[in-house]
Structure formats: structure tokens, C-alpha cells
Design a protein around this ligand. Structure first.
Ligand SMILES: Cc1cc2nc3c(=O)[nH]c(=O)nc-3n(C[C@H](O)[C@H](O)[C@H](O)COP(=O)(O)OP(=O)(O)OC[C@H]3O[C@@H](n4cnc5c(N)ncnc54)[C@H](O)[C@@H]3O)c2cc1C
Length: 381
């Protein structure tokens, strides 16, 4: 039984504690799923998460708009990640892909949320390009106004849900000013003429991922989210909400690694005694438990701060994401080591976690970028 004592921390309200219990019950019955066809698995996961009501947390309710509950987002991601990385991915993308619409969409644009919150449409967030991953302001893709339309041309890469999404939130250069001040965000439905999948990308923890090509893609001017030229600020506001949740997913992976390790060290006999009797092993377990708790404190501090009404939580979210993802990598590495040969055996739980965690230290702001953010925030405090 995983450690649930963190739920007694003052960051949470009773409905969060109930959410954790209810979702845990659902996960035990429904996860993990078969990953052999990741596209189909993700579509099924979104449908099932939607039918069970979990996706209502991923975006605002257009009929009763309230701020996103970041603590709930983090509890859900942590819990899903502990059971199945692909389930966490499917949930996360419904939030990240529609985050701009939740925060800045018009009433008409928010109609999409009725579908995504029910699991009837999949969403994606298309920011990165071949020349601009960390360096977002260096974006090449253009959106040129032509009467009552915008015309999009360019390439987006590393797009999660690329090829299976129903709607893409796409960032492009509209040119109001140089660099970051000349970008805008748009809703582009998947079936729009000129939008194609240029390449599918395979990664160490497989999930739907693609490079997308936009050739003279015409969309109505009403597809613009927020104001023209505000796309960079808008994308950073979305990441401000969802960055802590990446930390939460890492926390879920780390907690699972710790649980697997606790089980292993009690049941594996070495030199005539349980593995746990070796003091060096106890030292590793202590480090793992400490890292998990410290990561949880930072993740839920960031989520709580946002839920308490902070306009931005740049510093808190960067710390949560950096610490939780980097430490999860270390915790999982120790879990693999303690499992011996079984730790690197294809299909073992800790082997899967070892592959799952790596990308979280790169996307939504690489660890090095988070350090730059934290240092700047510290200087300006
Ligand atoms: C599995 C996966 C899923 C993804 N999903 C999406 C998605 O859905 N939508 C989307 O838009 N993008 C997505 N991405 C893209 C992701 O956001 C980028 O990969 C990331 O921003 C890094 O960009 P890059 O790969 O171009 O690396 P680069 O920008 O070339 O950076 C390479 C490395 O340089 C270092 N570095 C970069 N900047 C700095 C700095 N300022 N200071 C110090 N060091 C620095 C870091 O170590 C960094 O890892 C995904 C990526 C992966 C791997």
C-alpha cells in the first residue's frame, strides 16, 4: 500500500483527499492498459477517463467557469503515473492541449471543452519546432492574416498526440513585434486542409508523437486565442499551471519505484537474510523516501500557491518541476540497482519507470532551463 500520509498535509481540502481515494479505486480496476498499440490505447484511455468523469478536472467547465484546480490536477497525475505512465499522458494532454482555451478562450472556443472533458475529443499543444524547442521565441512558423482568415505555414515537431488529436493549439509568428512579442495562438481542428503528419517519432517510452506539416492552412480569424502578439505570454501562463503537474507525474513514478523497492527488499533473501538488512540498502531506501517527500512538498506547495489565487507561480512551479523530475530519475535509478538483473529486464515495472521518467526532464522546459528561471526569480525577489 503506497504511503498516503501526504494527503493529511494542510495543502489539501477534504474533496482532494476523497478524489485521491476514489481515483485509486478506479486505477486498481482499470490500469495498467496494454501499450502494444499506443494510439489505440490513448484513444481508449481518453474515452474511459472521460466516461469516469476524471477529465472534468482537465479543463474549465464552460457552463460554470471556475479556475482550474491545480491540486486536483497534481493528485490525478501522481496517481495515474503510479499505475500507468500512458494513462497519465492521456490525462495530461487533455489539459495541456486545451489549457489556452480554458484560460483565454472565447465562449465559442470553449465549446470544445464540452467534448474534451467528456473524452469525446483529443487535444494537443503544438509549440515546439525543429529550430525552437527551449528557444521558443525563435519560432519560424507563420500565421498571416488574409481578410477573415489566417494562413499558417511551417512545421511543428515533438507534438504529443500528433496524428490522433482532434484539435491542436498551435503557436505561430504573426509579427506584431520581433521575437517573443510577435507570436499568437490558434485553434486548428485536425481535419483542416493542409495539416498533415510529416513523421511519427519513436521514443524510449512510446506514446503518440509526431512532426506536423502546415502548408497554406486556412483557419477563420475567430480561431485566434487571446490577442494577436500575446502568444508567448499565453503559452507561459499555460505552462505556469501545468509545469507543477509534470512534477506530480514524476512524483507518481518515484513513489511507484519506492513501493516496488520496499516490496523487493523485504522479500528478496541475500546472505541468509532479507535484502533490507544490509545497511547500505537501508541508506538507499532512506534517500529515496526523503527525495519523494521533498518532491511532494515542492509540487503541492506550487499547486496550493496557484489555487490560492497567485497570478503566476513561476518560481514555485520551476522548483517543483526541476526537483521532482531530477529526483525521480535518481529514485528510479536506485530502484533499478536494488532490483539487480531484474531491474533491467524488459517488461519489469522499474525498467518501465526508468524509460518513462527521462523525457520529463526535457519537455515543458528542460531541467537546465528551470535552473535559469529559478536563479532569475531569486535575483528579482
Ligand atoms: C517525449 C516528448 C514529448 C514532447 N511533447 C511536446 C508537445 O506536446 N508539444 C510541444 O510543443 N513540444 C513537445 N516536446 C518538445 C519539448 O518541449 C522540447 O524537446 C524541449 O523544449 C527541448 O527543446 P529541444 O528538444 O529543441 O532541445 P534544445 O532546445 O536544443 O535544448 C537542448 C538542451 O540544451 C540545454 N538548454 C537549453 N536551453 C538552455 C538554457 N537556457 N540554459 C542552459 N541549458 C539550456 C538543455 O539541457 C536542453 O535539454 C516534447 C518533447 C519530448 C521529448
Amino acid at each position: 500500500m503506497p504511503d498516503r500520509s501526504f494527503l493529511n498535509w494542510p495543502f489539501f481540502e477534504d474533496h482532494h483527499r476523497q478524489l485521491a481515494v476514489d481515483l485509486e479505486t478506479w486505477c486498481i480496476t482499470n490500469l495498467p492498459v496494454d501499450h502494444s498499440d499506443v494510439d489505440q490505447a490513448c484513444k481508449d484511455l481518453v474515452a474511459n477517463l472521460g466516461a469516469a468523469g476524471w477529465l472534468t478536472y482537465s479543463a474549465i467547465d464552460p457552463d460554470n467557469p471556475k479556475a482550474l484546480d491545480v491540486r486536483a490536477l497534481c493528485i490525478i497525475r501522481e496517481t495515474l503515473a503510479r499505475h500507468d505512465g500512458l494513462a497519465d499522458f492521456a490525462f495530461a494532454m487533455q489539459g495541456l492541449g486545451t489549457g489556452s482555451i480554458s484560460l483565454f478562450g472565447t465562449n465559442a472556443q470553449q465549446l470544445w471543452l464540452h467534448k474534451t472533458r467528456k473524452g469525446e475529443a483529443l487535444s494537443a499543444f503544438a509549440l515546439s519546432e525543429p529550430r525552437s524547442g527551449s528557444d521558443v521565441a525563435n519560432m519560424d512558423m507563420t500565421a498571416v492574416r488574409d481578410g477573415e482568415e489566417y494562413v499558417l505555414n511551417g512545421v511543428k515537431t515533438w507534438i504529443s498526440n500528433g496524428g490522433i488529436a482532434d484539435l491542436y493549439c498551435v503557436f505561430a509568428r504573426t509579427g506584431e513585434a520581433p521575437g517573443a512579442r510577435g507570436l499568437s495562438a490558434f485553434i486548428v481542428p485536425a481535419e483542416t486542409l493542409g495539416l498533415t503528419v510529416a513523421e511519427r517519432l519513436e521514443v524510449i517510452a512510446p506514446h503518440p508523437l509526431a512532426t506536423l506539416s502546415f502548408k497554406d492552412v486556412r483557419i477563420p480569424a475567430t480561431s485566434l486565442i487571446g490577442e494577436a502578439g500575446q502568444g508567448f505570454k499565453l503559452s507561459m501562463s499555460v505552462l505556469d499551471v501545468f509545469r507543477s503537474t509534470v512534477g506530480a507525474a514524476a512524483l507518481g513514478f518515484a513513489r511507484r519505484a519506492l513501493d516496488e523497492t520496499l516490496n523487493r527488499v523485504q522479500n528478496r533473501e541475500l546472505f541468509g537474510a532479507p535484502l533490507f538488512d544490509l545497511q547500505m540498502v537501508q541508506g538507499h531506501v532512506a534517500d529515496m523516501a526523503l527525495d519523494v517527500d521533498a518532491a511532494a512538498l515542492l509540487v503541492y506547495r506550487a499547486a496550493w500557491t496557484k489555487d490560492m489565487g497567485a497570478a503566476r507561480v513561476t518560481r514555485e512551479a520551476a522548483m517543483a518541476k526541476l526537483y521532482a523530475t531530477d529526483k525521480a530519475q535518481e529514485v528510479i535509478d536506485k530502484a533499478v540497482q536494488i532490483h539487480g538483473g531484474d531491474g533491467v529486464r524488459s517488461g519489469s515495472v522499474v525498467e518501465g519507470l526508468y524509460r518513462e521518467i527521462r523525457a520529463l526532464r526535457i519537455y515543458e522546459g528542460a531541467s537546465d532551463v528551470q535552473k535559469v528561471v529559478i536563479a532569475r526569480q531569486a535575483l528579482s525577489a
